[in-house]
Each structure stands twice: as structure tokens, then as C-alpha cells.
Design a protein around this ligand. Sequence first.
Ligand code: FAD
Length: 307
Amino acid sequence: MTPTAMTATQAGEFRAAGTDLSERRRSGVSKGPLIDISATSDTIGMHWDTDGSLRIGAFTTIGAIAADARLAAAYPGIAASAQGLATPQVRHFATLGGNLAQRSRCWYFRNPHIACLRKGGPDCPARSGNHLYHVAFDLGPCVAPHPSTMAMALLAYDAKVMTDQRSSLTIGALLGDGRNGGSDNALQPSEMIKSVALPSPLQGERALYKRAISRTHAEWPLVEVCARAVVKDGTFQFVRLAAGGIAPVPLRLAAAEAALQGKEASAANIASAAEQATAGAKPLPMTGYKLDLLKGVVRDLLEKIAE
Ligand SMILES: Cc1cc2nc3c(=O)[nH]c(=O)nc-3n(C[C@H](O)[C@H](O)[C@H](O)COP(=O)(O)OP(=O)(O)OC[C@H]3O[C@@H](n4cnc5c(N)ncnc54)[C@H](O)[C@@H]3O)c2cc1C
């Protein structure tokens, strides 16, 4: 069925490349009608504007984003995040829209025999159960971290998301504030992501991405960070830090950003700002280790950017 053939009464779950959806279909967590969606010329590929800003079609694959040299020069944090995500095989098929709208990786959510908030159940079994890979910023009531690496990277770049129903959503508006617990995003039923717009890069900015992961590849990160900064005359003129794997939505690390703004790019200032990365954290009994990972990743990225 094409998107244009869809009506409210025929609503079902969209399928782009199906790399997330097919697993949920196989296990029985996703049931009901599917709506196969595919690209038009407007919803795939890179669309550059004369001011240097970029709109990426939602049907562009993660692999194409990872491999685009012009994108990597202008938005190195986006390119590096795409390059670090999943496996070459997944990146080859997976779309940007599907990445943003993918469902939680929580093992309770993915188990068809266990009820949870995201499946309309009464509570979050991970909270009292095994939550080793879950949030360290407990915004409640669900404690699953948001799975989208691209959402985290796009948050660092103040990207806006265009859908067939709304013209400009921040990443925060797309995903919600994480306190609901019943959903992975704030899309309306039958609302389709069409593209993502990135503002022009800043003069002289550098950006890097790093993930801490429990095995060498083919795994969602325990913690991931995209860092952008402009260092001029030895001083941080601009700092932007976004982190994933730690909360029900990707988070800006505002206290760490503020700690460096206008400050000398010294090892001591970076170390002290990295300590601020965990401001507001509320770890679960099993997730305190993520705070050390977060501080370490932030420090490492900022030191490299300041070199
Ligand atoms: C081994 C492995 C490791 C992985 N590691 C990571 C990782 O580190 N980071 C990460 O971010 N992801 C990771 N992934 C997940 C992968 O990136 C996603 O499965 C993929 O991006 C989904 O894209 P898709 O096009 O296949 O979406 P689909 O599976 O087709 O759809 C996923 C969901 O999005 C909805 N959807 C799809 N397109 C749209 C649209 N345009 N508008 C609205 N809704 C839409 C669908 O209805 C469905 O609910 C990993 C996957 C695997 C298998």
C-alpha cells in the first residue's frame, strides 16, 4: 500500500526498510496492518541550500549519510554518528526516518509475553527487574533509554523535523520529554517523517562522536555523545553536547556546556566540565556505571576537539 492510499481508517504501522519493524513482527510485538512507504525525489537524498544549510530526506539511508563527503565536511558530528551506528549491513538499508521512529530496545518491551507501559501494560517491569542497560537519568515512569543515535546527533545540531502533518518539529517535540513512558515518539498515528533540516554550520566549528559499547559492534551504545565546539584564541566560544543511552530521550548536557562557555580550553577546565555532565542524573540501582562512562566520553571528546 502506498502512503497516498492510506486513510485514517486504514491506519497501520509504516514500514520503511523494516530493520526494526521486522524483528517486532517476527516476535509478535507488532501486529496489524503494515503500510509500506517509499521515497519520492523530495524525501530522499541531500538537498543543500545556498546558505550552506542542508535538508536530508527521511528515506535517505544511514549508509548514504555516513558516506557523504560534503555532509561530513559541514556536519562532522552527524557523519560520525551515522558511521558508528549498527553494522554496515543495517546502515545500507536503514532509513533516517526509521531510525528516528524506531521503537525501544528494552528487553521487556521486545518480549511478547511481558506487559509493559509501552505496550499498554500497567507498569515498567525493568524498573524493578533487570535494567543494566537502561537509563541513568530517571525521568520516569518507563526506564528504557531512547535507541536513536541519529536523534541524539540531530539534537546536537538543533535540527528540525518535517512531517506530512507538521512543518517544523524540534527533536524534543518529535520525541516528547520522556516522561510519558507510553511511547517512543510524539508522532500522531499515520504521521510520516519526510525530512530533517540542519541549520548552516558555525564558522570554525569542530565536532566529534563517541560511544561506549558493551561489545565491539552490532550493539546499541551504553552511552553515546556528540560534541560540537568552536575554540578561538584558546577559548571555548561555543559548546554543544548531546548524549544518548542515558535517558528516555536524548539529552543536552547543559551544565557541562555552561561550564565551558567563554572559558579557556585547558585540560583542567575540560575535566571540571566533564564532571558537570552528570548534573541532574538519577541512576537506577544497576546504572550508576553509566555516569562514569558519560564523564569519560565527554572529557575525551572535548580534549580531542581542543587539541
Ligand atoms: C544489530 C543492530 C544494531 C543497531 N544499532 C543501532 C545504534 O547503535 N543506534 C541506532 O540508532 N540504531 C541502531 N540500530 C537500529 C537501526 O538503526 C534501525 O533499525 C533503523 O534505523 C530503522 O530504520 P528502518 O528504515 O529499517 O525502519 P523500519 O524498521 O522500517 O521502521 C522503524 C519504525 O519507524 C517507523 N517509521 C519508519 N519510517 C518512518 C517515517 N518516515 N515516518 C514515521 N515513521 C516511520 C515504522 O513504522 C517503525 O515503527 C541497530 C539495529 C541492529 C539490527
